[in-house]
Design a protein around this ligand. Structure first.
Ligand SMILES: C[S@@+](CC[C@H](N)C(=O)[O-])C[C@H]1O[C@@H](n2cnc3c(N)ncnc32)[C@H](O)[C@@H]1O
Length: 200
């Protein structure tokens, strides 16, 4: 799919306000809880959530960020996400297709969850190359992806994570992988959570 086809595909999907079952499906609730629990810091000054869908993860991340920018290719997803976080003034939801469009500034948290496999391989490489530039010095890039191939995906989640794991600017902070999904984080910060907390 190209960017326009992607936007049309996702706009049609969001005729249903929760097409992936983010609100009610235990699989999604558990995955979101693991993602949030794994974040190395209790709070982030400026987060960027890429591909925010209907805003369920947005609302959860909002509780950990002083300011959160959430972006999505689909105008309908953006409308749903804005409605979901309408009582959270520190969250901004913008329509943008990445990597063609790119936000200003740097972030100390970037969440790239269930989006990477939709990108064509060249766009994913471009995205991956630019993500470290958008990450502050101690910032963390978190990615989470479904591992199995599916029709709309240009590549598997595992392939997306291989690209991110090969970025020379960043080191892996953690990896959780089960039969269904992979959750990983990378940073320039090499101190562990225990070291940052003065435990060792
Ligand atoms: C499967 S949902 C992921 C939702 C959320 N990140 C999560 O993990 O719960 C994928 C979302 O990414 C958006 N998306 C796909 N390609 C994109 C791109 N190139 N730039 C921005 N958003 C994109 C879609 O519109 C869709 O809402």
């Amino acid at each position: 799919m190209n960017a326009q086809a992607d936007a049309a595909y996702f706009d049609a999907l969001y005729a249903d306000a929760d097409p992936f079952g983010y609100r009610d499906r235990w699989y999604e609730q558990r995955k979101r809880a693991l993602l949030l629990a794994s974040l190395p810091a209790p709070r982030y000054a400026r987060g960027w959530e890429i591909g925010c869908s209907n805003g369920e993860t947005t609302a959860a991340l909002a509780g950990r960020c002083d300011a959160l920018l959430s972006t999505d290719l689909s105008a309908r997803a953006v409308a749903l996400a804005r409605a979901r976080v309408s009582d959270m003034p520190h969250v901004t939801v913008e329509q943008a297709g990445h990597p063609a469009q790119w936000p200003e500034g740097r972030f100390d948290l970037i969440v790239f969850s269930e989006v990477g496999y939709y990108l064509a391989p060249a766009a994913l490489l471009d995205m991956a190359r630019r993500l470290p530039e958008a990450l502050g010095d101690a910032g963390v890039l978190v990615a989470c992806h479904w591992r199995a191939a599916f029709d709309e995906a240009a590549q598997t989640g595992d392939a997306v994570h291989e690209v991110l794991d090969a970025l020379p600017a960043l080191s892996r902070v953690y990896r959780y992988r089960d039969a269904d999904f992979v959750l990983e984080a990378w940073s320039r910060q090499r101190a562990s959570v225990a070291q940052q907390s003065g435990l060792r």
